[in-house]
Design a binder for this molecule. Structure first.
Ligand SMILES: Cc1ncc(COP(=O)(O)O)c(C=O)c1O
Length: 454
């Protein structure tokens, strides 16, 4: 009889993992969860400082969400929403999202994942420009370092080379512009504002070079998450939006990570004064209890969709599980829970301790930069603080800190040499202090290892 770990190695392909290393090390099998903690099959308890993948915003055992799922499963586990069919949770969820949207939005369309919401948005850019007769205005600009998912179009838009290599991506018509990471790309003596100016000037040059009539849309995460928690430099979005308006380019805010409180406001758009034409959200939409994503579209986009569907006879897009009633019921209850538990107040209450605590590592020998906002943050490890030279990836320094933290009961996420944190919104101050304490231990142990071995 094979163990579960052996079965895993034999049968399961792990996303975003080194497959050879996985065959050697086997999986970490999580069997339970409670609040901000999870338990593994060896009986160990861990504080999850990344909320799964930035998504379990309400922690691992929210009874109201589980009850909502069970109730909906009893009543109507599934029905389709193609061809004018509907169901109550989907109707209520769409209406609620429009009510809480950061800017007036017209309608909502549902998918199963963040990637699909981004893909839908890309298709709608093309649909919108066709409906307006701007059939050449189709190119889409994202940013180096951004993450928008792994379906073909979303992966193309993603600005991380590891998501493109060997997949023959990006597809044609998807362009990338500067990564607004001030720590990495700001020049000696350049202020944050000057750096923002330079990013936007470069973008404008790129638009002019390509031809403004060929650029349909710009996609941006309010704070770039998977790229290493890149907080936009001061004045960046204000200047960005002026240029996009000037050249009649749509702006899509990818709120898949930032939505529902992560940056300290309900939407990342509110934190940075972003007025988008479309908004993607997922993850915190259901606290990850079931897969669901939403795309909110402006009235202009919706009218174009109507025109297009009149021309063709149908709006030829959608998924079997678009408007899945059980996923919608779970999402609806998640949004209710944000209100009932005052999660935004809790975020505002614990975020200063979280941000200041992590920033206290700025002086640690291994640390180059600490950045973040609200309940998302990162620590970038460097070999040389002055030159900002990174560690040789072969040393896997990020992974070493991750493993050391794990041995003390803390899950964090190493993305190369950057450690990222995004705890559940319900985290307490005591739990934040625990994160800080263990990160300190893990950094010191990794430094000891480095001094002896490297
Ligand atoms: C900003 C952003 N957009 C899109 C996605 C893709 O979401 P999913 O993994 O649900 O497809 C992610 C996932 O982390 C994300 O962070």
């Amino acid at each position: 009889m094979k163990t579960k770990a052996e079965l895993d190695i034999n049968s399961y392909i792990h996303p975003q993992s080194n497959l050879t290393a996985q065959e050697k090390s086997g999986p970490m099998i999580i069997t339970g969860g409670e609040g901000v903690h999870v338990f593994d099959d060896q009986g160990n308890k861990y504080l999850d400082s990344v909320a799964g993948l930035w998504c379990v915003t309400l922690g691992y055992n929210n009874q109201a969400i589980k009850d909502a799922a069970a109730k909906q499963m009893d009543q109507l586990p599934y029905f389709q929403t193609f061809a004018n069919k509907s169901n109550n949770p989907t109707i209520e969820l769409a209406a609620k999202l429009l009510e809480v949207a950061p800017v007036p939005m017209s309608k909502v369309i549902f998918q199963n994942s963040g990637s699909e919401a981004v893909d839908t948005a890309i298709k709608l850019v093309w649909y919108y420009q066709n409906a307006r007769g701007k059939t050449q205005k189709k190119k889409i600009i994202g940013r180096h370092g951004s993450y928008h998912g792994t379906t073909i179009a979303a992966a193309s838009l993603t600005g991380l080379p590891l998501m493109h290599a060997q997949f023959d991506l990006p597809i044609e018509g998807i362009l990338h512009t500067d990564n607004p990471n001030y720590y990495r790309f700001g020049e000696e003596g350049e202020t944050e504002t000057e750096f923002a100016d330079r990013c936007i000037e470069n973008l404008e040059k790129q638009i002019l070079q390509e031809g403004p009539d060929t650029i349909g849309a710009f996609f941006a995460e309010p704070v770039m998450g998977t790229g290493g928690v890149i907080v936009p430099p001061d004045t960046y979005f204000e200047k960005l939006q002026k240029v996009l308006k000037k050249y009649d380019i749509l702006l899509i805010a990818d709120e898949v990570i930032c939505g529902f409180g992560r940056t300290g406001n309900y939407w990342g758009c509110e934190t940075y004064g972003i007025k988008p034409d479309m908004i993607t959200c997922a993850k915190g939409l259901s606290s990850a209890y079931l897969p669901i994503s939403a795309l909110l579209v402006s009235e202009d986009i919706y009218q174009a969709m109507k025109d297009g569907s009149d021309k063709v006879g149908i709006f030829g897009h959608g998924y079997t599980y678009s408007g899945h009633p059980t996923c919608a019921a779970v999402a609806l209850e998640t949004l209710n829970q944000y209100d009932a538990l005052n999660t935004l107040d809790n975020i505002k209450n614990v975020a200063p301790l979280f941000q200041q605590g992590l920033r206290s590592f700025k002086n640690h020998s291994l640390v180059g930069d600490v950045r973040g906002v609200g309940l998302m943050a990162s620590i970038e490890l460097v070999k040389d603080k002055k030159s900002k030279e990174g560690f040789d990836p072969a040393l896997m320094m990020g992974r070493k800190v991750e493993d050391a933290a794990l041995s003390h009961g803390l899950i964090l996420r190493a993305l190369g040499n950057t450690l990222v944190f995004a705890p559940p919104f319900i985290i307490s101050k005591v739990e934040v202090e625990k994160i800080i304490e263990i990160v300190g231990l893990a950094l010191n142990e990794t430094l000891n290892w480095y001094e002896v071995n490297a």
